[in-house]
Every structure is written in C-alpha cells, then in structure tokens.
Design a protein. Structure first.
Ligand code: C2E
Ligand code: CA
Ligand code: CA
Ligand code: CA
Length: 277
C-alpha cells in the first residue's frame, strides 16, 4: 500500500479537496524552491555491526520552506509525478558528491555515500554521463558512491532498468535495493540484478520483537547471503534489535539508535565524538 500512488497520474478527486490543494501547492513551489536554495541534504550514518565503525552515510533530502520543513515522504512523490525529480535528483547527486569531496579533503573518514535514486532518474538517459562528470569535476571516485533503488522499481521495469544498473555497476558504483522485502521479487529476478546490498525495510526491523518478524528478517539475511549481497537494516532504534541483527549475520545498521540524519556541518563533530568513545 506504501507505494500505491507511484504509477498513478494525479487525480483531482473532489472527495479530497484538501489533498488536491496541497499537491498543487507543492508542485507549484518546488522548482522556485531550488532557485531559492530551500533544499538541503542531511546524512545518516551506516554502522558496521561487527565493530561499530562508520561504514558510510545515507543522503536524505529536506525542504525548508518559510512556513516550515516538508518531509521527503510528502514532496518526493509529487516531484516524481511532475517530473521535477529529474532536476532535483541531479542537484542532490551533485551536492552530495561535492560534499563527499570536501570531507575527503578534510580527511574525514566518512566512508561511502549512499544516495537515493527515484524511478524516473533511472530512465534519465543522461544519468550516467551526469554522474561521471560530477565525480570528475569534484575529484570523487565513483566507487565511493552507492545508489539506492527500490526493489519494486528494479523489478517492474527490469527491461530498461537492468542495462542501466549494469552500466552504473561497470562505472564502479554499488547498487543497493532499498525497502527490500516490501516487493515480490523472485530469486530468479534478483539473481539478474547487479546489486551488492539489500536494505531491510524498517517495517521488518520493527517486528523483530515477534517470532514471525525474526523469521522474516532471518530469511532475508539468508537470501542475501545466497545472492552474495551484504545486508543493511534500517530504522534500528533499540539495542535489542541491534544485538539480534549482529548475532544473525546482518552486516550494517542505520537508525535512531546510532544517530538521526544530521546536517553536513554536524558530521565532523559526530565522527570526533565517536572516535573518543
Ligand atoms: P528511505 O530511503 O527508506 O529512508 C529511510 C527513512 O527512514 C528516512 O526518512 C529516515 O530519516 C528514516 N529513519 C532513519 N532511521 C530511522 C529510525 O530509527 N526510525 C524511524 N522511524 N525512521 C528512521 P526521510 O528522510 O523522511 O525519507 C523518507 C523517504 O523519502 C526515504 O525513505 C526515500 O524514499 C525518500 N527520500 C529521502 N531523501 C531522498 C532523496 O534524496 N532522493 C529520493 N529520490 N528520495 C528520497
Ligand atoms: Ca533509502
Ligand atoms: Ca529504505
Ligand atoms: Ca523505507
């Protein structure tokens, strides 16, 4: 139900005038918001479970309007429907790559950056050239980047998604399947994808306090191992979840237990505090 709106065209539903009003408002303001620099990126650390060290950061976008902060859960689907995600997505990629270059110049051990890619961006014919140019301009090795694509996107559009993902992989980028387990991938499909990371959706992590929930996550970790992929659990909020994931072979975790997504200028302080224990 989560992504049910993804392939739908916006309908002006008279039963939901408030929703329509809000959609039009966001759609109408999101382009000027880019010129006015209202978007910014936050970074959430990904932690290697076996030693507690930072393996990398996930990049998440924020929209600060004069009226307040709008969550990406609300505006990204609108940007996907209008097509603005192509422009915003390129800005996010370039901004994140520039930030990584700056951290590398400061010799901060930030690890890899994982950037979310929407469906539409995968069908952007200029995506690879743009990525390579941005990496070259800022002096970043593409191998330092990971792209998160949702499981359903990769599956439903396998015909054109597969060559794109394969080419990105050839350039050295890692590909992660986001929200893994929420789609219906068969093993046969999964084996075709040049994916190196499975991200276990936070809905499954939430269910780790129940026997069936643990069985599901266990199955995902086993499947990942069969495919030669590593696993990242998202939305880890408790030490009980962390301990179970470590004991059951999950590689990395991400979540409020370690840190909330933080602005770029908080990252150095976070890494320093962590190094000091
Ligand atoms: P996602 O990629 O699955 O990102 C994980 C979401 O879980 C983020 O929400 C993150 O802040 C939140 N989260 C992290 N740790 C915890 C935790 O311990 N507990 C809970 N309850 N939540 C946690 P956020 O930043 O609001 O992003 C929501 C969604 O919006 C993302 O889901 C992603 O699908 C999309 N999104 C965010 N940034 C971007 C972007 O730059 N590009 C694209 N295309 N989509 C983005
Ligand atoms: Ca993600
Ligand atoms: Ca996710
Ligand atoms: Ca998710």
């Amino acid at each position: 139900a989560k992504r049910s709106g993804q392939h739908k065209v916006m309908q002006f539903n008279s039963a939901q005038p408030e929703k329509t009003r809000r959609w039009l408002e966001l759609a109408g303001q999101m382009a000027t918001a880019l010129q006015q620099r209202q978007y910014f990126l936050v970074y959430q650390p990904r932690i290697a479970l076996h030693d507690g060290q930072v393996a990398g950061f996930e990049v998440l976008v924020r929209w600060q309007t004069p009226q307040g902060l709008i969550s990406p859960g609300e505006f990204i689907p609108v940007a996907e429907e209008t097509g603005f995600i192509l422009e915003l997505g390129r800005w996010i990629l370039d901004q994140a790559i520039a930030q990584l270059a700056s951290w590398q110049r400061e010799q901060l051990a930030v690890g890899r950056l994982a950037i979310n890619l929407s469906t539409r961006q995968l069908s952007d014919a200029g995506l690879q050239a743009f990525l390579l140019q941005s990496c070259a301009r800022h002096g970043v090795d593409p191998a330092q980047l990971e792209l998160e694509v949702t499981e359903t996107v990769a599956m439903e559009n396998l015909d054109w998604a597969l060559p794109v993902l394969q080419q990105l992989r050839t350039l050295g980028l890692q590909i992660a399947l986001d929200d893994f387990g929420t789609g219906y991938s068969s093993l046969a499909y999964l084996q075709q994808l040049p994916v190196s990371v499975l991200k276990i959706d936070l809905a499954f992590v939430r269910n780790l306090d129940r026997e069936e929930g643990r069985a599901v996550v266990h199955t995902i970790i086993t499947l990942a191992r069969t495919l030669g992929c590593s696993t990242v659990a998202e939305g880890v909020e408790t030490t009980a979840q962390r301990d179970w994931l470590l004991a059951n072979g999950c590689h990395e975790m991400q979540g409020f237990l370690e840190a909330r997504p933080m602005p770029a200028d908080a990252v150095a302080g976070y890494l320093q505090a962590k190094a000091q224990g």
